[in-house]
Ligand binder design. Structure first.
Ligand SMILES: [Zn+2]
Length: 280
């Protein structure tokens, strides 16, 4: 689907399952299970979906999935489906290989968003995309180096320190137009310095929700994950950005939704909800 000068495509970089309670925090199960049914272990299915943005001579990837470096123990904990994190295979469906990626926008450094940024070659951890510059908010880099108790286990240095050591990590500060027609919006509620690309089009723009709104079921402002570091800030940010989504006719891109990759939104009474799903 085209937005401005850029063709945008969903790229699937992982399938896993995690506890429904963790995904919905204080929301009672009787409410959330109507949206996403849980299995007998209370697990709900999740995707690790990335976005490929192509145009102006660039192949930009937003986030890189969990990657292939996780231990067997973590693969079991997150019920990661083996083979679903194969970046080469996923890119080949778009006629690309890792060498074709020119830029990687990392929303934040939780492992399910950036594990695929590096890989192991001959026992050494290297950047997965040899010709790419990786963009990350400086606040998020600092949060990853000094994690709080809530998300300490989500930060794994092997996913980002090799990028710094290779000189391919560019730390950016605050909201900005990162590329012509691609605005970066920064939020602080899920974690400090999470960045969200907004790919601008004439009639509508595409907003990469990342973990601010991980699935379409998380659209209600008070429905958020137990993983969020600063819930009150997140709710304010979500309300403000959903207001902008309505005003500016955004299509929202859901990174973790099993079924709905992207959707438009509408207001009904006091609630903002999915209007219709968009194939991307
Ligand atoms: Zn996260």
């Amino acid at each position: 689907m085209k937005f401005g000068d850029y063709e945008c495509s969903s790229v699937e970089l992982g399938s896993f399952a995690i506890d429904g309670g963790a995904m919905f925090g204080v929301v009672p199960k009787v409410l959330w299970e109507k949206k996403i049914p849980a299995d007998e272990k209370n697990l709900i299915p999740m995707k690790a979906r990335s976005l490929l943005i192509q145009g102006k001579g660039k192949n930009i990837l937003v986030d890189t999935g969990p990657g292939n470096k996780l231990s067997e123990k973590l693969i079991k904990i997150y019920n990661l489906i083996k083979g679903s994190t194969n970046i080469d295979l996923s890119l080949s469906k778009h006629g690309l290989d890792c060498g074709d990626i020119t830029d990687v926008i990392i929303t934040h450094l939780h492992f399910d968003h950036t594990g695929g940024s590096t890989f192991i070659k001959d026992g050494i951890i290297e950047p997965t995309f040899p010709n790419a510059t990786y963009y990350l908010q400086k606040d998020q880099f600092e949060a990853a180096l000094n994690p709080g108790l809530r998300d300490v286990s989500s930060y794994m240095e092997e996913n980002f320190m090799p990028l710094k050591e290779a000189g391919v990590l560019r730390l950016v500060e605050g909201p900005q137009e990162l590329f012509c027609g691609i605005e970066i919006i920064v939020t602080m509620g899920h974690t400090s310095g999470q960045q969200h690309p907004l790919i601008k089009g004439e009639k509508s723009s595409l907003f990469f929700c990342a973990d601010l709104i991980p699935t379409s079921a998380h659209l209600p402002v008070t429905w958020h994950m137990a993983y969020d570091n600063y819930p009150l800030i997140l709710m304010e940010e979500k309300e403000r950005l959903l207001g902008r989504a309505l005003m500016e006719n955004w299509i929202l891109f859901f990174q973790h939704d099993q079924d709905v990759a992207a959707a438009t939104v509408r207001r009904e009474n006091n609630n903002i909800m999915c209007d219709h799903a968009v194939l991307i």
